[in-house]
Design a protein around this ligand. Structure first.
Ligand code: NAD
Length: 499
């Protein structure tokens, strides 16, 4: 069993941890090289340095991974739910025991401050524990027909081999949020982690093997060619489901490809979260919530508050307090003590964020704090608050994916609702008010899959996470999470009294 490498932070410890990560493809329980010997590099976004070189799966490797998943699907589906539950529970214990290693690895490959990476280990591990508890509660039902003669039996079965595709921003939690319910439901799978941050998924997959997951149930094919993996798998009739977390344009393309084999799809796509502050809100609490909703992961989160809609009478006070808190944050390498804001994932991400800020300023917005990228190595961008942002600015329509908070104002509750809904996205939203009836009224009228009441953090393994409109289909976590991996079979039973 792999032991934790916990020790003081140092270049030696980083090197030992990186050495301990498997670099191959996981197919049928074996780590192996790519069929063409191809590799790709993983970089540290705070320095640009190469951290590790991994095997880059080809289309043939992807199909070999599906062969492995398909070969064990029937036996895995018959495994006792308690056995699947206990594998997940052991995985929870192992990830928790190695929390410091997982956290450091995420900080190295993704850039988030170590304290946030630790938070993601807790959140990500929780999906393993939650679905270990759900695995044994996969209820069906039995009832008489309304006519009272025949009987209806409904059972839940695993949907079959799944393709799981994850993004770079939450390297552990996005993997556990898919793998854990698939394991609980009795599905086998091929996981393709993001090219930019695959190391955490590699270590997690090894941990699942250590927890007793049978060979072939989880196969991992990191690759520099995402479409080269998804294309042949979606075209193969043995695959029965695709679960994707990532950008809306890629999700739409995958949905179109998934139509060929009429696959079950779960799509966790982009967001454009409104953060609405009413004049009766506790403004100090709203600022604390705004910092959490904006700055988690440097703003690189689908749930990140993207638009601050503040009622006119409190806009100046809120903006001033919020900008003071944002301006006081310490930017630096995620491993440095005291760092609160790490780098963005790459140069393109930093340049895109700055282009949105520049266009907003050109359109009349004011940078109350921040507004210009730092020079030097790494892809750092300062926490930025923009005031007086025109309602038609691009920055209010697009996912910013950076530490930038555009503030705009509204007059009435109905105006706030209209502004919030003026987007094709519908993932997270945040409401601040002391009036509970108002919170409920607004929640009923806004088109978002998730709403926070006086809270800037809403993700929880026990809650159904997901969006409406172009933010996606399906839910992850909660009781809904396992249902995404099951299919319903109805058995009609003849009247047991009819002889
Ligand atoms: P992305 O769409 O570029 O990539 C996501 C994954 O898809 C990666 O593994 C990538 O390699 C793969 N991919 C890219 N092109 C592909 C193709 N043509 N075929 C198959 N796979 C392909 O997204 P990203 O930049 O990694 O992540 C950021 C996006 O993810 C943001 O839009 C964010 O809002 C979204 N996101 C959503 C959620 C959610 O739960 N709704 C959570 C996290 C991130």
């Amino acid at each position: 069993m792999t032991t934790s490498l916990v020790g003081p932070l140092s270049p030696v410890r980083e090197a030992e941890l990186l050495d301990s990560v498997p670099k191959g493809l996981l197919i049928g329980g074996q780590w192996r090289e790519a069929s063409d010997g191809g590799t790709f590099d993983v970089h540290d976004p705070s320095t640009g340095a190469v951290l590790a070189t991994l095997a880059s799966a080809t289309s043939a490797d992807a199909l070999a991974a599906l062969d492995a998943a398909d070969a064990v699907q029937a036996s895995w589906a018959r495994t006792a739910p308690r056995e699947r539950a206990e594998i997940l529970r052991r995985a929870f214990d192992l990830v928790t025991a190695r929390a410091e290693d997982f956290a450091l690895l995420m900080t190295l490959e993704m850039g988030k401050p170590l304290a946030e990476a630790r938070g993601e280990v807790t959140y990500g591990a929780e999906f393993l524990r939650w679905f270990s508890e759900e695995a044994v509660r996969n209820y069906g039902r039995y009832l008489p027909t309304p006519e009272g003669n025949n009987r209806i039996l409904v059972q839940k079965k695993p949907v079959g081999p799944c393709l799981l595709i994850t993004p770079w921003n939450f390297p552990l939690a996005m993997a556990t949020r898919k793998v854990a319910p698939a394991v609980a439901a009795g599905c086998t799978m091929v996981l393709k982690p993001a090219r930019l941050t695959p190391l955490t998924a590699q270590l997690f997959a090894q941990t699942m093997l250590e927890a007793g997951l049978p060979a072939g149930v989880l196969n991992v094919v990191a690759s520099s060619s995402a479409a080269g993996i998804s294309g042949p798998l979606l075209a193969d009739a043995r695959l029965r489901k695709v679960s994707f977390t990532g950008s809306t344009p890629v999700g739409k393309r995958l949905m179109a490809d998934a139509a060929t084999n009429v696959l079950r799809t779960s799509m966790e796509l982009g967001g454009n979260a409104p953060f609405i502050v009413f004049e009766d809100a506790d403004l100090d609490k709203a600022v604390v919530g705004a910092m959490a909703a904006k700055m988690r992961n440097m703003g690189e989160a689908c749930t990140a508050a993207n638009r601050f809609l503040v009622q006119e009478s409190v806009a100046a006070e809120f903006t001033q307090k919020f900008a003071a808190a944002m301006g006081a944050l310490t930017v630096g390498r995620g491993t440095d003590p005291g760092t609160q804001v790490g780098p963005l994932i790459d140069a393109g991400a930093r340049d895109d964020v700055h282009a949105l800020v520049s266009a907003a300023v050109d359109a009349g917005a004011t940078a109350v704090t921040g507004g210009a990228p730092a020079g030097g190595a790494g892809y750092f961008y300062p926490p930025t608050v923009l005031a007086n942002v025109p309602n038609d600015a691009d920055i209010l329509r697009q996912e910013i994916f950076g530490p930038v908070a555009p503030v705009t104002t509204f007059a009435t509750e109905q105006d706030a609702i209209a502004l919030a809904n003026a987007t094709e996205y519908g993932l997270a939203s945040y409401l601040y008010s002391r009036d509970f009836n108002r919170l409920l009224r607004v929640a009923e009228q806004i088109e978002f899959g998730m709403v926070g009441f006086n809270s800037g953090v809403i993700s929880n393994a026990a809650a159904p996470f997901g969006g409406v409109k172009h933010s996606g289909l399906g839910r992850e976590g909660g009781a809904e999470g396992i249902a995404e991996y099951t299919t319903t079979q109805y058995i009609g039973i003849a009247d047991p009294y009819a002889g």
